[in-house]
Design a protein around this ligand. Structure first.
Ligand code: GLP
Length: 245
């Protein structure tokens, strides 16, 4: 596992953006997985800005997100589809058929999970996964306790995130919310993983994920087993590992 620590948040955003662009340039038909959230908005904006100024060929690139909310309208501003579309896909002009996202509404999510995996497999599988980490160590939406070998599935959300989504959407507790997420086994099958975190609120969980035991209690700790994984951090997120690595 390679660990890269960027001096500032700005350096982190720029370094992460260049990782995405480098993959697109290196493999014109790359299959690239993104993550939504506060960590990634700025890096996606930088990719879009660079593309706007210095366009390059993205006609063969496939974009997907590691997860998607379920049982909410896709047009909700917090849906992964809308976030990734607005932040990156529309700016690069990636055609709809190369933007692989599961639907947010379905009467058969089990089928949607298999279909999502199948569509990625048909393109040769994921080359790169930019992988955010939640405060409790979740990756995608796989919460602590999720077996590493479980494939793409609909997981409960982390409780703090769920509360935020309910507040923003006015969806009451009578409606079940969750998230369709690549399973940990699928994430691990990606050819290159980049675990990304910035800000001091991530320092504790980064220490556990990177230096602690590999355990389902901290789903992100599994990346220690990946043969081609980079952990990309800013100094604030790396605060508890600096001096120990
Ligand atoms: C959500 C997303 C994850 C993301 C995580 C971290 O749970 N489903 O994919 O990695 O949040 O978000 P943030 O970057 O806002 O801390």
């Amino acid at each position: 596992m390679k660990i890269t620590i960027c001096k500032t948040e700005r350096d982190f955003d720029t370094a992460a953006a260049w990782r995405i662009i480098a993959q697109m340039l290196e493999k014109p038909n790359a299959v690239i997985g993104l993550s939504t959230g506060k960590t990634t908005g700025e890096m996606h904006r930088i990719v879009s800005d660079i593309y706007r100024q210095y366009p390059f060929d993205v006609s063969g690139v496939t974009i997907f997100n590691v997860d998607e909310l379920t049982n909410l309208d896709r047009s909700y501003s917090g849906s992964c589809y809308t976030m990734i579309y607005d932040q990156l896909v529309k700016n690069l002009g990636i055609p709809e058929e190369n933007f692989i996202m599961p639907p947010t509404i379905s009467d058969d999510f089990e089928r949607e999970c298999r279909l999502f995996e199948q569509r990625l497999a048909e393109r040769g599988g994921a080359d790169l996964q930019m992988l955010g980490i939640g405060w409790n160590g979740h990756i995608g939406i796989n919460q602590p306790g999720t077996p590493f070998e479980r494939p793409t599935w609909v997981s409960p959300m982390d409780p703090i995130f769920e509360e935020k989504v309910r507040r923003e959407t006015n969806v009451g507790p009578e409606h079940e919310l969750g998230g369709l997420t690549r399973g940990i086994v699928n994430i691990m099958q990606t050819r290159k993983l980049i675990l990304i975190a910035k800000g001091e609120s991530k320092a504790d969980i980064i220490e556990k994920a990177v230096l602690g035991p590999i355990t389902t209690d901290i789903p992100a700790s599994v990346v220690q087993l990946h043969p081609n994984c980079e952990v990309l951090l800013d100094e604030a997120a790396a605060a508890k590992i600096i001096g120990k690595i």
